[in-house]
Design a binder for this molecule. Structure first.
Ligand SMILES: Cc1cc2nc3c(=O)[nH]c(=O)nc-3n(C[C@H](O)[C@H](O)[C@H](O)COP(=O)(O)OP(=O)(O)OC[C@H]3O[C@@H](n4cnc5c(N)ncnc54)[C@H](O)[C@@H]3O)c2cc1C
Length: 378
């Protein structure tokens, strides 16, 4: 059995960010990631201003990786669309490219990475630390652990069920040249009954279409993603226009189920810091999940290094993120709500202004979270 100072479970955005920061601060870190190599993940791949700042601080130069600038957002519902400039710098980059760069940075920082190994069980050790049993039977043990398994729950640390039963899909397309030109520099949010979707350009001259739908709406399309995609286009002709003549680049979309949007972990156990989606799951349309994963990882590492116990840190992190989360949920409820859709044409007229205000409000909240984390760690 190997003994480390810190075990990090999950090598996505939050796990890598925490591992890099811990290793740079001289800690012996072992990170366990179940995939042998980064692969496509369900994600809109929008990087907000905060995410870009955190990535740059970690030494990730997204521009050199081919990240595409995103300057404005467009909202499309029914037959209408409205757009607004983004009040902060943003980019898009595929998760495969981003995760590859983060893993490389973690190796460079001295993190010992166990790839292609899945954590099967995770329990307190007799000494009061944490032990993880891997799928090859190996037991890893450390006094402190960071839980960063993202959308996937470990059996011993399940988040509450997702009552709306969300299903999310991602597909890459090569758009027809005229559509690619119209989409350049934009992230488009599309609304339809039962969910919403986003399309935006990513590196390599292709576009990412990512969409979420409540299971009961997917059931009406016989649980078939292709039928549901046709329904989406019927309800949102803007999407039909974007996909006209587009070439799908994956055999079928990748998908993920059970996304507990709005979840904020209220507490944790001694020696266990929870980051990324294991700490907070913000509605996808905000494009803030990566930023929150990076932010919560940074806050947790600061708290750990300052000797702040995890059971004190986790509820304070929750309080710091509460306003941002509730605002996002409020907006998500509005766009998923049938009666609210009836006033969408009116909302679309207001959209540019609303977008700017909402973005500012959520950024202020993020700023407060940053301040709170300093206090937490202080
Ligand atoms: C539809 C959709 C669209 C989204 N769009 C955006 C967007 O445009 N912009 C944005 O910022 N955010 C977006 N998000 C959110 C974002 O993807 C997540 O918030 C972010 O990836 C969370 O990072 P994480 O480190 O917690 O998890 P991840 O990055 O998913 O990493 C978790 C890692 O843990 C590993 N793992 C899981 N289980 C085990 C195990 N048992 N043993 C070992 N390893 C394990 C996984 O393989 C994975 O690599 C979107 C989410 C969804 C669902």
């Amino acid at each position: 059995m190997l003994q480390d100072e810190v075990l990090v479970l999950g090598g996505g955005v939050g796990g890598c960010a925490a591992s890099i920061a811990l290793a740079r601060n001289g800690r012996a870190v072992r990170m366990i990631e179940r995939e042998p190599a980064p692969r496509h993940k369900v994600c809109g791949e929008f990087l907000s201003g905060e995410a870009l700042e955190d990535l740059s601080a970690l030494g990730i130069d997204v521009a050199s990786l081919g990240a595409v600038p995103i300057d404005y957002v467009r909202l499309a519902a029914s037959r209408r669309a409205a757009e607004a400039p983004l009040p902060f710098p943003a980019k898009s980059l595929t998760r495969k490219t981003l995760d590859t760069a983060l893993i490389a940075e973690a190796i460079e920082a001295g993190v010992r990475i166990e790839r292609g190994r899945s954590v099967q069980s995770f329990t307190r050790s007799a000494e009061g630390g944490w032990q993880a049993r891997l799928d090859n039977g190996e037991l890893c043990e450390a006094p402190t652990a960071f839980l960063a398994t993202g959308k996937h729950d470990l059996r011993s640390h399940r988040r509450p069920d997702d009552p709306q039963r969300w299903v999310a899909f991602k597909m890459y397309y090569r758009l027809a040249p005229a559509q690619a030109a119209e989409l350049a520099g934009a992230s488009e949010l599309m609304l339809y009954p039962g969910g919403y979707g986003g399309i935006q350009p990513v590196e390599g001259g292709i576009a990412n279409l990512c969409w979420v739908v409540q299971q009961r709406h997917l059931a009406r399309a016989d649980y078939r993603w292709d039928r549901f995609l046709l329904k989406m286009q019927e309800k949102c002709p803007h999407l039909a226009m974007r996909l006209a003549g587009a070439e799908p680049l994956l055999e079928k979309p990748i998908s993920v189920t059970r996304i507990p949007y709005g979840y904020l972990r209220p507490r944790t156990e001694p020696g266990l810091y929870c980051v990324g989606d294991q700490a907070a799951v913000i509605p996808s349309f905000t494009g803030d999940g990566i930023s929150i994963a990076l932010h919560t990882a940074r806050c947790a590492v600061t708290a750990y290094l300052a000797g702040q116990p995890a059971p004190l840190f986790q509820p304070r992190l929750r309080s710091a993120l509460l306003l941002q989360m509730r605002l996002a949920q409020f907006a998500a409820a509005g766009i998923n709500n049938g009666p609210a859709r009836a006033i969408l044409p009116f909302c679309l007229r207001l959209w540019p202004g609303v977008m700017q205000v909402t973005a500012r409000l959520t950024r202020v909240a993020a700023g407060q979270a940053a301040l709170a984390s300093q206090t937490i760690a202080g």
